[in-house]
Design a protein around this ligand. Structure first.
Ligand SMILES: NC(=O)c1ccc[n+]([C@@H]2O[C@H](COP(=O)([O-])OP(=O)(O)OC[C@H]3O[C@@H](n4cnc5c(N)ncnc54)[C@H](O)[C@@H]3O)[C@@H](O)[C@H]2O)c1
Length: 297
């Protein structure tokens, strides 16, 4: 049991109000990733781009690794001199290894590795029609790409005995029935990878965590929705997506994931390890019985 009490000689600040004010003020202006270097896969768009932007505004230098060369280069240009782009297909281990080495040659170190690249899957909802070739393709990006990223980040982080590794999982990895089996299995696996790897890397002071976002209308989700609702315009599709949330008055946006990533990557989360931070407005925490109101039976 914990025991609470003041030890002899312990003193309380003479002017607690002034101390609170000073601390509060300095926290507000502190850039949480000052001097840090981050590598983010899938950062040419969506969640990865929002996170790169957030990290840079908090003092980090960011390497954007993505399979989309032109978009990746444009994103890096847009984010300025603290961003750099490297072409990287996460299904190729050598590309990931190069991206890690590039981060070090460009910015001298690697403090944060965010394995964020991922794809949706177009497979049938029924297990009886599961397309195993597609299963392998999705796994090679969403799962193999993540573990390869962790492997190569660890290669450079272990000798320094410090680092923060992040991955993007999904609400579909914690609650079944929200997506086709292939995508769901890939995201369940990401959550598992984080736990197993954290059990080893904790010995070196390296933290490994993941984030599970709710649905956000980024390019891959919009592509999926257009296939499902042919002929429906983008605005309508975004509305359908936003209406599926459960927290009244708010919607899930890339910035919500970027804020979570900033928290997990920073000193604020120095004792958070092996964790899956769910950003879903409570969606996966409850289910309503949907009983009719007494006057509507
Ligand atoms: N948008 C959502 O609703 C949602 C919800 C939960 C989880 N996620 C996850 O968030 C992550 C980011 O997706 P997003 O929503 O920002 O979509 P997005 O389409 O905007 O971004 C995905 C990025 O990954 C890149 N990419 C795809 N395959 C790659 C490969 N082989 N190598 C390197 N880069 C590759 C794409 O070029 C793209 O820039 C994914 O892992 C996705 O599964 C998204």
């Amino acid at each position: 049991m914990f025991k609470f009490g003041f030890s002899k000689g312990a003193s309380i600040s003479r002017n607690p109000l002034a101390e609170i004010f000073t601390k509060g003020f300095s926290t507000q202006i502190r850039r949480k990733l000052e001097g840090k270097v981050a590598l983010i896969t899938g950062a040419a768009s969506g969640i990865g781009k929002a996170t790169a932007t957030k990290f840079i505004s908090n003092g980090a230098k960011v390497v954007i690794a993505d399979i989309q060369q032109q978009l990746g280069q444009d994103t890096a240009k847009e984010l300025g001199s603290n961003a750099a782009f490297i072409a990287c297909d996460v299904t190729k281990e050598s590309d990931i290894s190069n991206a890690v080495d590039f981060s070090i040659s460009k910015f001298n170190q690697l403090d944060i590795m965010y394995n964020n690249a991922g794809v949706a899957c177009k497979s049938s909802p029924s297990i009886t029609d599961l397309d195993l070739a597609q299963f392998d393709r999705v796994m090679s990006i969403n799962v193999r790409g993540v573990i390869a990223g962790i492997k190569h980040a660890s290669r450079v982080m272990i000798p320094r005995r410090t680092g923060s590794i992040l991955c993007t999982a999904s609400v579909t990895g914690i609650m079944a029935g929200l997506s086709p089996h292939t995508y769901a299995v890939s995201k369940v696996t990401v959550i598992g990878i984080v736990r197993t790897v954290a059990s080893e890397l904790c010995k070196y002071g390296i933290r490994v965590n993941c984030i599970s976002p709710f649905v956000i209308p980024t390019p891959f989700v919009m592509e999926d929705m257009s296939r499902f609702y042919p002929g429906v315009d983008a605005q309508q599709l975004v509305k359908i997506l936003h209406n599926s949330g459960s927290l009244e008055g708010e919607i899930c946006e890339p910035i919500d994931i970027a804020n979570a990533a900033l928290y997990l990557a920073s000193e604020d989360a120095k004792y958070i390890n092996g964790h899956n931070l769910v950003i879903d407005g409570g969606f996966t925490s409850f289910k309503s019985l949907g009983f009719p109101a007494p006057d509507q039976r």
